[in-house]
Every structure is written in C-alpha cells, then in structure tokens.
Design a protein around this ligand. Sequence first.
Ligand SMILES: Nc1nc2c(c(=O)[nH]1)N[C@H]1C(S)=C(S)[C@@H](COP(=O)(O)OP(=O)(O)OC[C@H]3O[C@@H](n4cnc5c(N)ncnc54)[C@H](O)[C@@H]3O)O[C@H]1N2
Ligand code: MOO
Length: 399
Amino acid sequence: MLDVAVARARILEKLSHCGPETVSLASACGRVLAQPLTARLSNPPVSVSSMDGYAARTEDAKQGATLTVIGEAPAGHPTPLTLKAGQCIRLFTGSQIPAGADTVLIQENIERTGTLATLQAAGRKGQFIRTQGQDFTAGQPLLPAGKVLSARDIGLAAAAGHVWLPVARKPRIGVLATGDELILPGDPAKPDSIVNSGALMVTAYLNSVGAEATMLPIARDNMASLSGAIAYAAHLDLLITIGGASVGTYDLVRDALKPHGLALDFWKIAMRPGKPLMSGHLGTTPMIGLPGNPVAAMVCSLVFVAPAVQTLMGLPVPTELCTEPAILGADVKENDKRQDFLRCTLSPQPNGLLPLATPFASQDSAQLNILAQSDALLLRAPFAPAQNTGAPCQIIRLP
Ligand SMILES: Nc1nc2c(c(=O)[nH]1)N[C@H]1C(S)=C(S)[C@@H](COP(=O)(O)OP(=O)(O)OC[C@H]3O[C@@H](n4cnc5c(N)ncnc54)[C@H](O)[C@@H]3O)O[C@H]1N2
Ligand code: MOO
C-alpha cells in the first residue's frame, strides 16, 4: 500500500493547468487571475480635492485674507478658469483642481459673503489635494498572475479600467457514484436503499474550492451500466468515481474502466479512512477513484481532490499536508501501518494554549453525523506509538 504523501504527489504531478478564460469583473471574485494585471488608467486620473471647500494659491491663503470666488467646479464638471492672484474657486470632494491652484481650504474655515471668501485659517501647499496617480498610474503592475481575486482586487481592477479579467478556467469535474443500493434524495426508497450522500457531499465540496463539479447519473453494479456511465466522462478535466473500489465481487470500477482505456497508476494506500483509493487516467482524462464509504470519500477529497483542483487551476500546492499543532484531548492507541485521519472536536483553550483535539470514540467511515460534528481530522502517522491526553498532535481543520 502506497504512503499518503507519495500517493498525493503522484496524483498531482500528472495534472496540468486547465488554461484561462475571460470573465466579467463581478464574476471574477474568488477566481485565480491567469495573467498579471496592469493599470490601464491612473487613479486619480487628475489631481482632485479630498474635501468640500475652495481651491486657492498658497501665497494668497493667509489667515484673515479675503479672496474673490470666481466660479464653481463640482466633481465631474472641471472649470476652464485659471486662478489668478487674490482669487479662489468653489469646489467639492472629488472636484478636479483648477489650473493655478495648489491648495484646498475646507469650507468650515471660510466665511463666505456673496462672492467674497474670508479665510479663518491659512492654507498649506498641497493640502487636501489627491495628486494625479497618487494611488496608481497607468501602466503600473497591480496584481500578479496566480492571485485568488478578492472583492478588493475587483475594486482595484475596475478603478484601473478593466471590464473583463483573464482567470483560470474552473476545472470540469464529473462525480460518478456507483452502487445498486444508491438512490437520489427524494427517490422512492426500498428498505435497503442508501442515499447517494457521497456524490452530493463531494460535488458540493469541490465546487466550494473552485471546481465546476457535477454529479453524473448513478452507475449500477454491472459492467454495462458502468461502461455506459463512462460516456459522460468526455470533456472532463477530472473524473471522480465513488464506490466499487474495494475487493468485493461487485466492486467493478477498475474492470469496467479498463476496456475504456483506464491506465491505473495506483490502487490502495496506507490511509484510514481511504484504503481503496485509486488513481489513473481514462484515455487523457485523469481519474481518481474514491472509496464508497462517504466519510472516506470526503477525507480523500480533502487530502487528494481539493489539491488536484488547485493544481488544475494553476495554484501551487505545498508538498506536505497543511497541518496545525494541537493537544490531545484523549488517550490514543498505537497505530498500525495506515496513516489515520481521526474525526475529532476542537476545544479552544485559554491563555494562548493550543486547542484540545478529542477524537470521537467511533471512527466508522460510514458515520456522516460524526463527520458533520467534527471540527478537524487528527493525524496519526503509521506505527505512531500510544499517546496520552496532553501530548502534542497535528490536525487539519475541516471545511
Ligand atoms: N474484504 C474487504 N472488504 C473491504 C475492504 C477490504 O480491504 N477488504 N475495504 C473496506 C474499506 S476500507 C472501504 S472504504 C470500503 C470501500 O469499498 P468500495 O469503494 O468498494 O465501496 P462500496 O462497497 O461500493 O461501498 C461501501 C459502503 O459505502 C456505501 N456507499 C457507496 N457509495 C456511496 C455513496 N455515493 N453515498 C453514500 N454511501 C455510499 C455503500 O452502500 C457501502 O455501505 O470497502 C471496505 N470493504
Ligand atoms: O477507507 Mo475505509 O473507509 O478505511 O473504511
């Protein structure tokens, strides 16, 4: 059985980038920028006032001086007038600074009588003026390729004159559940029917990490049904199967995919839950076969499929799993040869102490209720010795 880190590396090293697409600004939030973004405009495009008040010349802006108001320049309506000695122009926040002016006097410090403005305070050169390009100038690099775009980045791109953005295409993923016992939520149920929770959970999760994942029709446990379902795999960037991965007579995924060009890279890894994980290619389409037990399918999605989505979008994925330190909240037994991912709760501790990670007593990989109540996965390395409450440990927080 393959080591978890080796299996992860082998899956990721065979994936390539899906390439870019162009989307409108508002829909680019959360997407991965595919090319560096450069400003097309300067911000502000001209020097503007940052306050409501009067534009003046610094040499005239003495306390007690009285200036003649020669015009008004609201934002969006620049004046053609040029200030001369002893003059000022009424303006507002965002107004373009008129020619000849080099200071702004806020209106609270002006006593206005008709066309005369008397200064209660002197003006400093440049005060309350946002100079042209103070934020950024046209041609300036703003965002690097590979950045996951935030709403703030969208605001920046809009201010910089962009309407469309090049982003990494969302990887198209088909999630194919297999099993005679499976039904969709709401389908008429036989006494032994099992709802296809696995595919719903995995599809929802992969979409939340940036994929365009869709559930394919359920394939039944026979070669004809499985072969038929494979037709839906065309045009996918990644095929995920769920179930039929183990050693039972009706675990047919490998055999059904072989005549369709399945090149299996590996099957079975030293992981609990997740032992029967398989990976390979169906023709040129990468495929990952998840175990049927839904907890195993979800944990494997977290450890292998989400990083695959990131890789397909061109995002770097650290070689090591991203873990955090915690403190054991219960005694744990020595581990066998499989790396364990124990479902656990996390209790915050006072005074900056690490959280307590307490594994659930039952770790059955069919128990969705326990998975839903868990805060994290507690990692136990292969052959880790027994450890007592209070020992340091590593966790992965659950999404
Ligand atoms: N003799 C052995 N038996 C099993 C082994 C083994 O090594 N030797 N491995 C066990 C492990 S570990 C796992 S995990 C499971 C995985 O088996 P499969 O991938 O073949 O999955 P199925 O047999 O199809 O289903 C297992 C279980 O999960 C339910 N299931 C399946 N698909 C879904 C779904 N989409 N949504 C919800 N539930 C699903 C299914 O009804 C079964 O109860 O094999 C062990 N056996
Ligand atoms: O992957 Mo299985 O869930 O270890 O039971």
